[in-house]
Design a protein around this ligand. Structure first.
Ligand SMILES: Cc1ncc(COP(=O)(O)O)c(C=O)c1O
Length: 331
C-alpha cells in the first residue's frame, strides 16, 4: 500500500524535532516527508506559489545552482542578495542586509541553514540575529534550506540560526535533506516543514502542501525515510549515528586546517586562511576560471570552474603538493 501524502509520520515528527529542537512547540509546525531536500524545496515552492502567487524569492549570490530552477519551476520570481566576497572568503553581510532592506513585504528570503553551498562561508550568531530582526521588521518570510546539519559545528549548533528565526518570525518554511548526514543520497529522503502563526493556520498550509505533493509526485518513497526514522527513534542507533556523523565532521575540519596550513606554507601568506574557518563540504578558493583550467591541464588538479572544492576529497597525505600546485597558478 501507499504511505500517504505526508509519508512516514513518525519520520516527520523526528525530523521536526531534529530541526527545530527537542523542545520545539510542534503545535505550530507541520512536516511532510519529501523526495530528498530537492523535493522538499520544490514542495515548499509550490506551497508559496499557491499562497502568494508570483512571490519574489531572494537567493544568495552565489547559491546552490538548483535553487533557481526549482523556484522558477513553481512560478516564483527570483532576486539575489550579495553574499560572498571572493577575495577574503567571507560573507558580505553589510551588502546582504542592505539588499534585503529593499525587499517588499511578503517576499521570501532563502537562507542556507548551515554549511553554505558553494562558498562554505556562513553567518555567525550575531548575523543570524540581525537577519531575524530584519525579516520580522520588514514582514519577509524566511525559507531555510538545511542540507548539511551536523557537518559544520554539530547537529544542534548547525540548526541554531534556524531556531533563532523560528523563535522570532511568525511564519517560516524549511527544506531539509537527509542525503548527506544519513548518507541516503540515492534513497531520496527529505522533509518540507511549515512553521505557522498557530495550529489552525498550520493545518491549512499543510493541506495545501499535501495537495501540491499529490500533483507533483503523489506519495513519497518509503524505505529511506523509514531507515532514518528507525535510527532517530532508537537511542543506541541514534548514538552510533551521531558518533559517525561527528567523526565525519571532525575529519572535514582536520582537512580544512591541514589544507589552510599547507597553503600558508606554500604561499607565505594568509590569503587562504579562510579555508579553515569555512564549514561544510565546500569552499570556494577564489581562483579565476583560467587558473582552474591551468590547474587541470598543468597539474591534473580538478575542481569546479568557479574554484569550488569538495573538502571531503582533499588528500590528507598530499596537502603540500596540492597547495604548491595552487600557488603556482596564482598571479
Ligand atoms: C544547498 C543544498 N540544498 C539542497 C540539496 C538537496 O539535496 P538532495 O535533494 O540530494 O537531498 C543540496 C544537495 O547538494 C544542497 O547542496
Amino acid at each position: 500500500t501507499y504511505l500517504g501524502l505526508a509519508g512516514d509520520t513518525a519520520f516527520d515528527t523526528a525530523m521536526a524535532k531534529l530541526t527545530f529542537g527537542d523542545n520545539a512547540d510542534l503545535s505550530r509546525i507541520r512536516t511532510a516527508q519529501a523526495p530528498g531536500g530537492s523535493g522538499a524545496l520544490r514542495l515548499v515552492a509550490e506551497l508559496l506559489q499557491r499562497t502568494r502567487a508570483g512571490a519574489t524569492v531572494w537567493l544568495s549570490d552565489p547559491t546552490w545552482p538548483n535553487h533557481m530552477p526549482v523556484m522558477r519551476a513553481a512560478g516564483l520570481q527570483i532576486r539575489d542578495y550579495p553574499y560572498f566576497d571572493a577575495a577574503s572568503g567571507s560573507v558580505r553581510f553589510k551588502d546582504m542586509v542592505a539588499a534585503l532592506r529593499t525587499a517588499e513585504r511578503g517576499d521570501v528570503v532563502l537562507l542556507h541553514g548551515c554549511c553554505h553551498n558553494p562558498t562554505g562561508a556562513n553567518l555567525d550568531a550575531a548575523q543570524w540575529a540581525e537577519v531575524a530582526d530584519l525579516v520580522v521588521e520588514r514582514g519577509l518570510l524566511p525559507f531555510v534550506d538545511i542540507a548539511y546539519q551536523g557537518f559544520g559545528e554539530g547537529l544542534d549548533a548547525d540548526a541554531a540560526g534556524l531556531r533563532l528565526l523560528a523563535a522570532r518570525a511568525p511564519e517560516m518554511v524549511v527544506a531539509s535533506s537527509c542525503s548527506k548526514n544519513f548518507a541516503v543520497y540515492r534513497d531520496r529522503v527529505g522533509a518540507a516543514m511549515i512553521l505557522a502563526k498557530d495550529s489552525a493556520q498550520a493545518d491549512v498550509a499543510m493541506s495545501q502542501m499535501l495537495s501540491a505533493a499529490r500533483a507533483l509526485y503523489s506519495m513519497p518513497p518509503d524505505h529511506g525515510a523509514a531507515a532514518v526514522r528507525i535510527v532517530l527513534e532508537d537511542a543506541a542507533l541514534r548514538a552510533d549515528w551521531q558518533a559517525e556523523l561527528e567523526e565525519m565532521r571532525l575529519r572535514m575540519l582536520r582537512l580544512r586546517v591541514g589544507f589552510a596550513e599547507a597553503l600558508r606554507r606554500q604561499s607565505n601568506s594568509d590569503r587562504f586562511d579562510f579555508v579553515a574557518s569555512h564549514r561544510g563540504m565546500f569552499s570556494r578558493l577564489g581562483l579565476s576560471e583560467a587558473q582552474v583550467e591551468r590547474l587541470r591541464t598543468e597539474h591534473a588538479v580538478y575542481m569546479v570552474g568557479d574554484s569550488r572544492i569538495n573538502v571531503a576529497g582533499l588528500p590528507e597525505d598530499g596537502m603540500d603538493a596540492l597547495a604548491k600546485a595552487i600557488v603556482s597558478v596564482l598571479d
